[in-house]
Ligand binder design. Structure first.
Ligand code: HEC
Ligand code: HEC
Ligand code: HEC
Ligand code: HEC
Ligand code: HEC
Length: 202
């Protein structure tokens, strides 16, 4: 198991670095400065969720309904960006200068070509374990408990290493209120079910 996971991590790293080189290469002929992101465009959570206060679940609409929160399609980005063309504003994105108007024009390029945005994913749970957003969000948890202060990040990167220790550190029995314990018992679940191997492993 361990070996397989390591291979995956290596592959993911390889893909990310290859893409990084590709983006670097594709832009180095150009006058505009490169930004050190592996994402296809310099989408900023700080600008959207922070400055413009767009709620997380406006874009990640399945957070409380399914395993995966969902990433907005180019079409749903265009729901705003047909009208929001962006100021001619220079911005320090993780230490490198970008321009709002130019970045939004790149988004439009994907829309006009009918291409999906090839976003790169940074958060992974290996296939032998399961993680679903729904029960966590339904239990009233905030996104920031696991993802940190995303409102303040341009590029979102994991703040916790997603490994078993991280899950277990929070899956404590003491965390349950009396009411929750009664509810669990009524569902026939044992109090310690959050620490049972089968809760997270198939
Ligand atoms: C305007 C739409 C929008 C809003 C609002 C938004 N996101 Fe996102 N989110 C995205 C897009 C697009 C991606 C994929 C690109 C990326 O990773 O930056 C993403 C990716 C993520 C990722 C995964 C990063 C990865 O690569 O694995 C996390 C975690 C995340 N968002 C959390 C949040 C949280 C928490 C909030 C609220 C504070 C939020 N998002 C608000 C659009 C949005
Ligand atoms: C609810 C409306 C809304 C949605 C949905 C939305 N945006 Fe934005 N976006 C904005 C606003 C407002 C700004 C700030 C424009 C300004 O200040 O000139 C912005 C700025 C931007 C910028 C320039 C700043 C930066 O982040 O680099 C980019 C690029 C961008 N959006 C891409 C996207 C993408 C990609 C999506 C879909 C994943 C998306 N937007 C979804 C409202 C939205
Ligand atoms: C209990 C911890 C926890 C909480 C709370 C949490 N997340 Fe996550 N999130 C994760 C883990 C773990 C992953 C990696 C999941 C995977 O690989 O399936 C992830 C992945 C994501 C991704 C990337 C998904 C993808 O398919 O690329 C997004 C987007 C995201 N979370 C958004 C949110 C938002 C928005 C909230 C709040 C409404 C939230 N998360 C709350 C743990 C959490
Ligand atoms: C709360 C969720 C959760 C519970 C409960 C849990 N695990 Fe895990 N486990 C994970 C996650 C997530 C991973 C993958 C990340 C990692 O490798 O650390 C994992 C990884 C593992 C691995 C692979 C480790 C490696 O280095 O690749 C083994 C073996 C394992 N778990 C055994 C167990 C056993 C045995 C139990 C019961 C005593 C258990 N787990 C309970 C979430 C859980
Ligand atoms: C910050 C706290 C926290 C973290 C971190 C966390 N969990 Fe949980 N998790 C909870 C709570 C609380 C519940 C119980 C929700 C409820 O009452 O139904 C839960 C429930 C679950 C369940 C049972 C869902 C069901 O259908 O009953 C699974 C599976 C699970 N978590 C997996 C994970 C894995 C895998 C990770 C790590 C990647 C993780 N959790 C990280 C707090 C956390």
């Amino acid at each position: 198991m361990k070996k397989r996971f390591k291979t995956r991590q290596l592959l993911a790293l390889l893909v990310i670095s290859l893409l990084g080189f590709y983006i670097y290469g594709a832009q180095s002929g150009d006058d505009s400065p490169e930004y050190p992101t592996v994402q296809p465009i310099a989408f900023s959570h700080k600008i959207h969720a922070g400055e413009n206060e767009i709620p997380c679940q406006y874009c990640h609409a399945y957070s409380s309904k399914a395993a995966h929160p969902g990433i907005p399609s180019v079409k749903s980005c265009m729901g705003c960006h047909n009208y929001v063309l962006g100021e001619d504003r220079d911005y320090d994105y993780n230490g490198v200068k970008i321009n709002f108007k130019k970045e939004i024009e790149k988004l439009k390029g994907y829309w006009q070509r009918g291409e999906p945005m090839p976003w790169i994913k940074f958060h992974f749970v290996p296939q032998h374990a399961r993680f679903k957003h729904k029960p966590h969000i339904r239990a009233g948890m905030e996104c920031s408990e696991c993802h940190g202060d995303v409102k303040d990040m341009d590029l979102v990167k994991p703040v916790h290493k997603i490994e078993m220790g991280f899950c277990i550190s929070c899956h404590k029995v003491e965390q349950k209120t009396e009411q929750e314990m009664v509810k669990l018992a009524a569902e026939g679940k044992e109090l310690v079910y959050l620490r049972d191997c089968n809760t997270c492993h198939y």
